[in-house]
Design a protein around this ligand. Structure first.
Ligand code: SF4
Ligand code: SF4
Length: 282
């Protein structure tokens, strides 16, 4: 009887995490939409770029070189970046699953795709793994190009900026690459891709993810598996949208883990997957 009660309590906690995560995603998405609305309405000083941690990456080198921050970016972006790096050090890529509005929309589109369009869309790991490396040259190219040109060259194809400004943000139409109004179409296709290839941008192309991964690998709060109670059903592996193999490890060290807790909820054996502090049993 008390065992049943414990189980129910544990489920409540997990549901709370799930709902807490969704609430957090809705909150940050709502804030982004609100700031974007003010920006597009011409409210002075309102810009969604101000809160972008990747803006901190783009403007870090000019700022360190004492040549000032780029375009509409400021030291606020560097502070936001520092905050996100700290979160990652503690809680792995929780930024992707709890805060990033691009991550939230991608996840929800992928969910609709899984429910109503294509039920099973696992990318084979021999394809998934090499594709995940793509984001590093993307990051290097953006940082190199930005420093060289002294302009935000990524802005024209940045899903965050293009989507929330409806392709009408500063610098898109008259940008360096010059793709102008096509930006929005490209970004909408990229979001649509989530139906067949869940989290495609987040997993394979996102330069912010590439920045976070080294710290995410260290990430102190992580999912742990108890091999003594694990029945090797591999449900956790199938559930993980980020392509992490949970059933092979003692503690999830993969840099790609966003601490979404989907694997924990999917595990049929109570207390086999738990979230805890520390790096042992990897
Ligand atoms: S879902 Fe749970 S029991 Fe199944 S393989 Fe993963 S950890 Fe083991
Ligand atoms: S399902 Fe588990 S392993 Fe995969 S990202 Fe979420 S918490 Fe990490």
């Amino acid at each position: 009887m008390s065992n049943d009660k414990d189980k129910i309590k544990k489920q409540d906690v997990l549901l709370g995490i799930k709902h807490g995560r969704t609430l957090s995603q809705i909150l940050f998405l709502g804030l982004t939409v609100w700031v974007a609305y003010r920006m597009l309405s011409g409210v002075r000083g309102a810009t969604i770029e101000k809160y972008c941690p990747f803006g901190g990456v783009e403007t870090l080198f000019p700022w360190l070189n004492k040549t000032g921050t780029l375009c509409s970016l400021s030291t606020m972006n560097i502070s936001v970046l520092a905050g996100v790096l700290l979160i990652t050090l503690l809680y792995k890529r929780a930024f992707c699953s709890h805060i990033c509005p691009v991550g939230a929309l991608s996840e929800w589109i992928a969910l609709i795709g899984r429910r109503y369009i294509i039920k099973s869309r696992r990318v084979p790991s021999k394809v998934d793994r090499p594709l995940k490396w793509l984001k590093y040259p993307v990051l290097a190219l953006i940082v190199w190009g930005t420093v060289r040109v002294g302009e935000l060259i990524f802005r024209e194809v940045d899903p965050y900026y293009v989507l929330f400004t409806l392709g009408r943000g500063h610098g898109i139409a008259e940008g360096v690459i010059g793709i102008g109004g096509y930006s929005l179409v490209i970004i909408l296709i990229l979001f649509g891709l989530n139906v067949v290839l869940p989290l495609a941008f987040c997993k394979y192309l996102c330069p912010m993810a590439a920045c976070l991964n080294p710290l995410s690998r260290i990430g102190l709060i992580r999912v742990r598996r108890n091999p003594d109670t694990c029945i090797d059903c591999r449900r956790c592996d199938v559930t993980c949208q980020w392509g992490v193999k949970v059933s092979d490890v003692g503690s999830v060290g993969s840099a790609e883990c966003s601490n979404c807790q989907d694997c924990v909820r999917s595990c049929p054996v109570p207390d086999t997957l738990t979230l805890s502090f520390g790096r042992s049993r990897s």
